[in-house]
Design a binder for this molecule. Structure first.
Ligand SMILES: NC(=O)c1ccc[n+]([C@@H]2O[C@H](COP(=O)([O-])OP(=O)(O)OC[C@H]3O[C@@H](n4cnc5c(N)ncnc54)[C@H](OP(=O)(O)O)[C@@H]3O)[C@@H](O)[C@H]2O)c1
Length: 301
């Protein structure tokens, strides 16, 4: 049995569909009726993917202990950042991504879970001090010292988020935001490709402990804006936020708005240095990754 925590989310939902579609027994932690319905949609094609749901919350350790019973592998993709950015009420990034995930590791250990697949992000060790970075680093550290077989997946920025309007890459409105100089090479990666990787390492016999991974194309944010502008046949205005200003804003917002502080950190990360990771972990598993340019072409033309 695989327990997916975060299975009502974008990446998590794709992982649930893949695992269940491959015939694995999947249990999905859902927080409430509405999230439960989202999982129903996952299996709602009539073919009966057979996903079991269990009510629980990362902020409720007892629910995590119950959810982990008879589980062989936990796959943890959950994060509070989407809700925080949407301004919805609820627990903080520290409470969910930090303390909540740590409770999940405890619960998994106590229940005798064998493998724990954890989705972190590439560059988490940059030491920027954002709430998300602190939470992810603490969970990675806890896993390192646990008795669980850990598989930490650190993907680069998702194309759908960071090369789309939500990531202030709004080609339709002719505006792209860049933190810093914007010339460090990223490996923007497709969410589907990371879902396929996460599903693979959840079930393959001998996965690595740590996988840093990105898409096939190393491309800076400036280059992405130029490519997008070419596909759109329109001028794209690049709005620049100097890195020192972003750093200051990040520090000031850390307590007042943990979501925005973490997003500023993600932008800063993209301005720091070229990605040192590649798409090799995807290709090694037969996943043919989509390039950032192909994503932009599909989205824009
Ligand atoms: N975006 C990027 O560029 C990027 C890059 C690298 C890594 N990542 C990582 O990839 C993952 C993204 O996953 P995603 O796309 O599926 O995120 P998402 O769409 O925002 O979904 C978040 C999931 O977390 C669940 N969740 C939130 N608070 C919870 C709580 N208190 N208890 C239990 N579950 C809770 C949500 O449940 P509800 O549906 O009930 O809200 C939902 O299932 C994250 O771990 C992120 O850090 C993202």
């Amino acid at each position: 049995m695989l327990l997916v925590v975060g299975g009502t989310g974008d990446l998590g939902g794709r992982v649930v569909r893949l695992l269940a579609g491959q015939g694995h027994q999947v249990r999905c932690l859902v927080r409430d009726e509405a999230s439960g319905l989202a999982v129903e949609t996952v299996r709602g094609d009539g073919s009966g993917l057979g996903v079991e749901t269990v009510r629980g919350d990362l902020t409720d350790p007892a629910s995590l202990r119950a959810a982990c019973q008879d589980v062989d592998t936990v796959v943890a993709t959950a994060t509070a950042i989407g809700r925080r950015l949407a301004g919805r009420p609820g627990p903080s990034i520290r409470e969910v991504d930090g303390l909540g995930m740590l409770s999940l590791v405890d619960a998994a250990e106590q229940a005798g879970v064998r493998r724990f697949v954890y989705v972190s992000y590439a560059g988490v060790d940059a030491g920027l001090g954002t709430p998300l970075e602190e939470a992810k680093a603490a969970v990675e550290d806890r896993l390192r010292h646990s008795g669980l077989q850990r598989v930490v997946v650190r993907p680069d920025a998702f194309q759908e988020i960071h090369l789309g309007p939500i990531g202030r890459f709004d080609v339709a409105n002719g505006k792209v935001s860049v933190i810093g100089r914007g010339d460090a090479k990223q490996r923007y990666v497709a969410t589907d490709d990371i879902a396929a990787l996460v599903a693979a390492v959840a079930t393959e016999p001998d996965p690595p402990e740590l996988i840093e991974v990105g898409g096939p194309e190393a491309i800076s944010r400036n280059e992405a804006a130029t490519i997008a502008s070419g596909f759109a046949h329109r001028r794209v205005k690049v709005q620049r936020l100097p890195a020192p200003v972003a750093r200051l804003a990040m520090r000031l917002l850390k307590r007042r708005n943990d979501g925005v502080a973490s997003v500023l950190g993600a932008g800063l990360l993209q301005s720091l240095h070229d990605a040192t990771w590649t798409d090799e972990p995807l290709r090694a598993r037969g996943i043919v990754p989509r390039s950032a340019s192909d994503f932009l072409r599909q989205e824009i033309t």
